[in-house]
Design a protein. Structure first.
Length: 234
């Protein structure tokens, strides 16, 4: 092979190597931006779910009797229609609020029976005191607060009696001021995004000052427990 042929071969190999390197760099940058965008969107949805907790806390602080909330008769000021049913998700897709409520209450999408809700399971080991999750606040996140670029998702919040009470009535708060769980509720907030994306938070809210408090005391809500749910969501 002549020197000219060897030079042409080397140039061809070098060009192919540089082309492959360039394609690799472009792919790396693209994947990095995609991952960064997904992470940013996931964090934004977590903030949206946390905003749902704040909405619930705000409205629960204005409700003197929580029993109608635990019975599903009283709801938040942040709703977009009747409790339950299918809703469109900003950005694409739908969420069936009734099905999600059933999943929380008995682990299946169809209507739960009393026996199914009272059954002892790993997730719900309190029998007759198992939570009865009631839809409390729900709507597109863009309706929560006017943001320049709100994350396109749907936010829903459920409320249930706390797990300390052992009175066998999860649809009523403990009436005795000294009873375990009096003035405490659990809230479950989820943000539903496009393509099945979901972020969920559960928190425990306690009334910081009952109406029987002193003159200097003002009714309010304190978050005394907060956790992101990282287990596989249905």
């Amino acid at each position: 092979m002549s020197e000219r042929g060897i030079a042409l071969l080397l140039v061809t190999l070098l060009t192919a190597f540089l082309s492959a390197l360039g394609v690799g760099v472009v792919l790396a940058v693209f994947m990095d931006r995609l991952a960064t965008g997904n992470m940013a969107g996931s964090v934004a949805m977590l903030y949206a779910a946390d905003a749902g907790i704040e909405i619930a806390a705000r409205d629960l602080a204005q409700i003197a009797d929580w029993n109608p909330v635990l019975e599903g008769r009283t709801q938040s000021s942040f709703v977009d229609g009747a409790a339950g049913g299918v809703r469109g998700i900003p950005g694409g897709g739908v969420v069936d609020l009734t099905a999600v409520t059933n999943m929380l209450n008995c682990g299946k999408t169809s209507t739960c029976t009393a026996a199914q809700m009272n059954a002892n399971t790993k997730q719900r080991p309190w029998g007759n005191n198992n939570a009865r999750w009631r839809l409390f606040a729900y709507g597109p996140f863009e309706n929560v607060i006017q943001l320049e670029r709100p994350v396109p998702c749907y936010v829903a919040v459920w409320v249930a009696d706390d797990r300390r009470e052992q009175d066998g009535n999860p649809q009523a708060d403990a009436s005795d001021d000294d009873a375990p769980g009096h003035g405490i509720v659990r809230v479950h907030a989820e943000a539903f995004g496009a393509r099945g994306a979901r972020r969920a938070i559960e928190a425990e809210l306690v009334r910081v000052c009952p109406e029987s408090g002193g003159a200097a005391c003002q009714n309010g809500i304190r978050v005394q427990a907060w956790q992101e749910l990282r287990q596989t969501l249905p």
